[in-house]
Structures are given as C-alpha cells and as structure tokens.
Ligand binder design. Structure first.
Ligand SMILES: Cc1cc2nc3c(=O)[nH]c(=O)nc-3n(C[C@H](O)[C@H](O)[C@H](O)COP(=O)(O)O)c2cc1C
Length: 120
C-alpha cells in the first residue's frame, strides 16, 4: 500500500486517521494491515512538505504493526508551485526520491514474499 498524505495543522488529516482507525478494528479478527508492506509519501503547501504529517502517520502505522519503508522520505514543500498540473515536471529533483520510495516498497514486498515462501 502507498499512502499519500497532505498536512493539516501539523498532522495527517482526520479523514486518513479515521480510515486507519477503522482498518484496525476489531482486533479479535486480526489487524488488516499487520506486517503489510507500506510506503508513505506526502505533499503540502507549506515549507516542510508534509514531514510532520508523515511522522504522525508513521507512529500510527507502527502501532498497527505495519511494515513501513524507512528511507528515503519523500516530501514535497510548496506543492502548489512544485507541480505542473498533477505531475512532477521532468527534471524535478523530487522525481528520483519518489522513484526510490516506490522501489523501496517493491523491495519490501519481494523480501516479505521470499520470507513467507521459506516458512511454508
Ligand atoms: C485544515 C487545514 C490545515 C492545513 N494545515 C497545513 C499544515 O499544517 N502545513 C501545511 O504545509 N499545509 C497545511 N494546509 C494546506 C495543505 O497543505 C493544502 O491545503 C493541501 O493541498 C491539502 O490538500 P486537500 O485540501 O486537497 O486535502 C492545511 C490545509 C487545511 C485545509
């Protein structure tokens, strides 16, 4: 799963937290996202590019026992100026970082699959 978050008052938006809360219950039926590979990205209009929201999101995913890609961290400050329409323009220094996050997620998925096949 790839979670993209904006930043609302220094945290993830309430709607995203609410969705994660719903995914975490009932505990008796097992955590839906337990040990699932997840990557986080974010963008915001401010100068910190959603990093506070992402830290907030990481804490919640940690509590849900999710396997989160650690590095690199993709933030997009001043997103309303950094984007060309809905896209990062060619040559944007943010593009290789975004690519590395997605590659990190694919790598985590493959390592989890390999570990699961060893235990079968
Ligand atoms: C309630 C609210 C709080 C916000 N707080 C922040 C903030 O803490 N930092 C920031 O960089 N941008 C903040 N913004 C601006 C968001 O980065 C910007 O609106 C972003 O595009 C949110 O996307 P959305 O409104 O489509 O969900 C806030 C926006 C809203 C509506």
């Amino acid at each position: 799963m790839l979670v993209a978050t904006p930043e609302y008052n220094g945290a993830m938006p309430g709607a995203l937290k609410n969705a994660l809360d719903w995914l975490s219950r009932p505990v008796e039926e097992g955590l839906v996202l337990e040990r699932k590979p997840v990557a986080i990205i974010g963008a915001s209009k401010g100068p910190l590019g959603s990093i506070r929201a992402q830290l907030n999101l990481r804490v919640v995913l940690h509590k849900m026992d999710v396997a989160v890609v650690g590095q690199p961290e993709f933030v997009l400050p001043h997103a309303h100026k950094a984007l060309a329409g809905d896209e990062l323009p060619a040559g944007s220094p943010s593009l290789p970082i975004l690519t590395a996050v997605v590659e990190g997620l694919v790598d985590l998925i493959e390592r989890r699959r390999a570990a699961a096949s060893l235990t079968c």
